[in-house]
Every structure is written in structure tokens, then in C-alpha cells.
Write a protein that binds this ligand. Structure first.
Ligand code: CA
Length: 235
């Protein structure tokens, strides 16, 4: 049984989801606004395994809710419900800290599959470290199974998307990776969209891994194309 918080103002949709998910044995709590959802979650964070979060909400929207949770260091998996064909929403959602997204309208079976995937990844992160996937460079230690970056004594939690992007860059270390390739391979987005949203992620990763984020040595900009990760810069 999973405990799911659904933050969705469309009542019919929310009730339908609750009916179906509870039919599968999950426990579902509904909130009709971002404010109500945040209040419920923050009052008892351990009561929820996952949040299904609509983007378009009255008052505080889904982006604001996700960002607030992450700023408060809550790393509960967030599945964001976006409007179809709005790739910029998807990128904004990931930038705000969402772990996955689903465009509306969607098939219930797809929603279930996405929820299942996120919960599996969460369990896998909590499982013992035989599945550990780690990478070290210049005094930094990235533990992808824990979604954690350590620099000396500092431990920084990564969102799933930050970790996926970093992993992608590390796999292609030394090579130029285009923004388009990052969108396709990390975010699974094939639509033509504003690739500058990626730059916000890079800014965040630089804050984590660079001594001076304004003068990066590891995560380099390749003008007009994309980025290149260099684990051990020569100077
Ligand atoms: Ca809505």
C-alpha cells in the first residue's frame, strides 16, 4: 500500500483518481489547492510516499508547491500533471523539483505505471548499497543511489533530475553534449522547445560541484552548442 497525496482542483478528476487508486489498495488524500496540499504534507511528511501535483491550481500553482517542498528539504517523489503540448511546463516542473510528469488528459494505466516507477526508484534508493552507483572526481563524491553529492563534509541532496543530468554528463565526460541531446536523453523530450531551461539546471549543478560557480572548471559551456564535463581539469 502506498500513501499518495493528490493536489488537484478539478474535483471530478481528483475523485476519480482516488476511487481508482484506492481500488488498487493505495491510501489517497485529496487537496484542492496548493496551499491546502502543502499544509497537509508539512503537518505529517511521513504520511505520504508520493505527491501527484497538478500544475494549474488556484492560488499557489504546482511549480510553487514543488519549489517550496524542495526548499524545505522534503524529497518526496513528485509526479506533476501538465497541460499537453507545453514542453516549457515540463521543464519548469523539473526545475522546480518534480521527478516525473504526465500530460493531461492521461490514461489511468499510465498514471499507475508512473507512480509505480517513482515508488520503485524511491525504494531502490533506500535499499542497501549493493546497487550503489558512485562516481568520484577531484574530492567530490556522487552517490546516485542515494541521490547525494558530498564535497568534504558537506552533503547535498540531488533531485532525481539533477542526478540524471549529472550522470548523463559524467557518462559523456570530455565530450561536448548538446542541449538538444540532453533534452532527449535526460528528459525524454523530443519536441522543439526552449532549451535554455537546461541552463538553469546547469547553474544549479555548478553551485554544487564548482568551487567558484562563476568560473566553472568541471562543467564548461560550449558556446552555441551545450556543455562539457571535465572531471580532472589540467589547471
Ligand atoms: Ca487544475
Amino acid at each position: 500500500m502506498s500513501k499518495i497525496l493528490i493536489i488537484e482542483d478539478e474535483r471530478h478528476l481528483a475523485e476519480g483518481l482516488r476511487f481508482n487508486l484506492e481500488g488498487e489498495g493505495d491510501r489517497v488524500t485529496l487537496a484542492a489547492s496548493g496551499e491546502a496540499g502543502l499544509a497537509l504534507f508539512l503537518a505529517a511528511p511521513s504520511d505520504y510516499d508520493l505527491i501527484v501535483l497538478d500544475v494549474m491550481l488556484p492560488g499557489k500553482d504546482g511549480f510553487a508547491v514543488a519549489a517550496e517542498l524542495r526548499q524545505a528539504h522534503h524529497y518526496v517523489p513528485i509526479l506533476m500533471l501538465t497541460a499537453r503540448g507545453r514542453a516549457e511546463d515540463v521543464l519548469r516542473g523539473f526545475a522546480a523539483g518534480a521527478d516525473d510528469y504526465l500530460p493531461k488528459p492521461f490514461e489511468l494505466s499510465i498514471l499507475r505505471a508512473r507512480i509505480g516507477g517513482l515508488l520503485r526508484r524511491k525504494r531502490w534508493q533506500q535499499s542497501p548499497p549493493e546497487a550503489a552507483e558512485v562516481y568520484d572526481f577531484e574530492g567530490r563524491h556522487v552517490d546516485f543511489s542515494k541521490l547525494e553529492l558530498s564535497v568534504g563534509d558537506r552533503r547535498l541532496p540531488l533531485t532525481l533530475m539533477e542526478a540524471n543530468l549529472l550522470r548523463h554528463l559524467i557518462r559523456h565526460r570530455g565530450q561536448v553534449v548538446s542541449r538538444k541531446a540532453m533534452l532527449e536523453e535526460v528528459w525524454g523530450l523530443k519536441e522543439a522547445t526552449d532549451t535554455r531551461a537546461i541552463d538553469n539546471f546547469v547553474v544549479r549543478l555548478r553551485k554544487y560541484i564548482e568551487d567558484d560557480p562563476k568560473r566553472p572548471r568541471h562543467l564548461l559551456t560550449v558556446r552555441g552548442i551545450g556543455y562539457r564535463f571535465v572531471p580532472e581539469p589540467a589547471s
